[in-house]
Design a protein around this ligand. Structure first.
Ligand code: F6R
Length: 609
């Protein structure tokens, strides 16, 4: 989704803003722009349709120069992607604004302004906010008050940054429903949608909360006001992942780097959460023990890849902990009449912690009488973690590739920790065996990553295809779903996943020599059944690619290729089998020449509905 960067510094800010925009590219966007206030008090703006590189070219030809500026990458919601709709938007040539999110009541406000004679230059909802703030500023010449007054009139979700030529040493920012952080420098301050945008200038951040408005002023002033306009202090946090998190290093794509980081980030996710042979409940928060003792049911809600992690957890929670579990996508959950049995724990899963549907589901759940809520999330300080009773942070570090990889496997590890923490038979041999297997998991994943070359070779069989089918049973069915999602989002090949037992109830009709069929087949209790399903595919001339445990006896033939995956405890197999499927989609996308890290039409953090 859109990205914001703003800077109030003691030097020219064009370079800082441009670098910030480049670092926000991963969020997904279709145009970019920047406005800078020069030393003479004049606003200058450059905008470009397409990539930040197009904006950079324009800036090379006509540089902007000033110590205060705002910049933006836009992901179109109101109005098509175009230069005219790109931010910053101006009002009367004196005020500039950048905005993420959606202003729901922009139409009546726009009509009201048009009646008063305002001419609009774009189709965006943002321009309405620009004119409202400019008009409020005319009355009192106080930018902070003008923004606060305007926010009281708008409904919807936003993060925004505003500057005015007549308040030349101030930037005002606000957030409600979309993230915004303050980057704290020495005598210079910044705003951004994500700390990654500012790591080149600072590693110290203040995370704004829902409803907060912030005024940055000359000489380093940062004043934060809450939704009731009371001055508040928000904690200063140091970003711990280092600037390397925002660079590809020696890898060709962020996605490949993030796939290869999985052994390390899984080790980090386990760190401090295991003691001897058991899971520490306190990892979920000081009150977790008491709350977990009362849990009789679980509802898990998430979107996309995170939803697939929830689907795996359902098998674990019911098999290992005996707790009835429901899993649902947030966009459905939030709009239906949910019945909540007594003593049900509400669990959300999210990489970003800002996904609009998941957040809305949590807020709806808060009205339904759950026992409590737990967020499993990758971004510290995100809305989801702040609004949940308990939270467990996955330690994946910043995930830049739009297609989620390491966030998914660290979610799975966290969900297995949750399952073990919820078991009634704490401290038994099964828990000890799984804890031991978890400790060994990073090493097993290192071996799974060695499959990279054979998978790169295999990917050639997919590059010219238009469709693919993924099959799995049990915990591997959600992994098949995740494999299909990865393939479609980055290679644009239409991919579907089915529980293998459903094949003959319909999808078998699609199978012919042009339909590659991928099966995930660890050596578990469902293997023999899966083998029969594979025979059904072979009998129809389908080309089969089977990922199977090292020990599984499956002879390769002309239309059946077998790739061996390192063997682990069957509970951990979904985590290990995810890796070759990630590599497969990555290599197919590379062969097809698609934009692996920023696939078309997609955004990393889906902060609008
Ligand atoms: C797919 C992908 C998305 C996200 C989904 C939820 O690769 O990344 O499907 O999983 O948008 O995002 P989070 O986990 O941030 O709530």
């Amino acid at each position: 989704m859109c990205g914001i960067v703003a800077a109030l510094a003691a030097r020219n800010v064009q370079g800082i803003l441009l670098e910030g925009l480049k670092r926000l590219e991963y969020r997904g966007y279709d145009s970019a722009g920047m406005a800078v206030l020069d030393a003479g008090g004049h606003l200058h703006r450059q905008r470009a349709l397409g990539k930040v590189a197009a904006l950079e070219e324009k800036l090379e030809r006509a540089p902007l120069n000033g110590r205060i500026g705002i910049a933006h990458t836009r992901w179109a919601t109101h109005g098509k992607p175009s230069e005219a709709n790109a931010h910053p938007h101006l009002a009367a040539g004196r005020l500039a604004i950048v905005h993420n999110g959606i202003i729901e009541n922009f139409e009546p406000l726009k009509r009201e302004l048009e009646v008063e004679g305002v001419m609009f230059e774009s189709e965006t909802d943002t321009e309405v906010v620009a004119h409202l703030v400019a008009r409020a500023f005319e009355r009192r010449h106080d930018l902070l008050a003008a923004v606060q007054q305007t926010l009281a009139r708008i409904d919807g979700a936003y993060a925004l940054a505003v500057m005015h030529a007549d308040a030349p040493r101030e930037i005002v920012g606000a957030r409600k429903g979309s993230p915004l952080v303050v980057g704290v420098g020495i005598d210079e301050h910044f705003l951004a949608s994500d700390p990654l945008a500012l790591l080149q200038v600072t590693d110290r951040f203040v995370y704004l909360r829902e409803g907060d408005v912030v005024r940055l002023s000359d000489g380093g002033g940062i004043e934060v006001f809450d939704a009731e306009q009371r001055p508040v202090t928000r904690p200063l946090q140091v970003f711990e992942h280092g600037d390397g998190a925002a660079s590809r290093g020696d890898y060709r794509h962020f996605m490949l780097k993030e796939i290869h980081e999985q052994p390390a980030v899984i080790a980090a996710t386990l760190e401090g959460r295991l003691s001897g042979s058991h899971v520490l409940e306190s990892s979920f928060g000081v009150d977790a023990g008491a709350l977990f003792a009362d849990v009789r049911q679980i509802h898990i809600v998430a979107c996309g890849t995170s939803y697939h992690a929830g689907m795996v957890a359902r098998y674990w929670l019911e098999k290992l902990a005996g707790i009835p579990t429901q899993v649902e996508v947030a966009s459905e959950y939030r709009y239906r009449d949910v019945v909540v049995p007594q003593d049900t724990l509400f669990v959300t899963l999210s990489q970003s912690g800002e996904t609009a549907d998941t957040l809305a589901a949590l807020r709806y759940a808060a009205t339904l009488g759950y026992l409590g809520s737990l967020a499993i999330c990758n971004v510290p300080g995100s809305s989801l973690t702040r609004e949940s009773d308990l939270s467990l942070m996955t330690q994946a570090g910043p995930e830049i590739g739009v297609a989620s990889t390491k966030a998914f496997t660290t979610q799975l590890v966290s969900l297995l920790l949750l399952t073990l923490a919820l078991r009634r038979e704490r401290g038994d041999a099964r828990e000890a065996a799984l804890v031991q297997a978890l400790r060994g998991l990073p090493a097993v994943l290192e071996r799974a990553l060695e499959m990279d070359s054979p998978i790169a070779e295999l990917s050639e069989a997919f590059a010219e295809k238009h469709h693919a089918l993924f099959l799995g049973r049990g915990t591997q069915f959600p992994i098949a779903l995740e494999g299909a999602l990865k393939l479609k989002e980055i290679s644009y090949i239409h991919a579907e996943a089915y529980p293998a037992g459903e094949l003959k109830h319909g999808p078998l009709a699609l199978v012919d020599a042009d339909m590659p069929v991928v099966a995930v087949a660890p050596n578990d209790e469902l293997l023999e059944k899966l083998k029969s399903n594979l025979q059904e595919v072979r009998a129809r001339g389908g080309e089969l690619f089977v990922f199977a445990d090292e020990g599984v006896a499956l002879a390769a033939t002309d239309n059946l290729r077998v790739l061996h995956v390192p063997r682990v405890d069957e509970c951990l197999a979904p985590i290990v089998y995810t890796v070759p499927l990630q590599l497969l989609s990555y290599h197919v996308a590379v062969l097809k020449g698609t934009d692996v890290d920023q696939p078309r039409n997609l955004a990393k953090s889906v902060t609008v509905e």
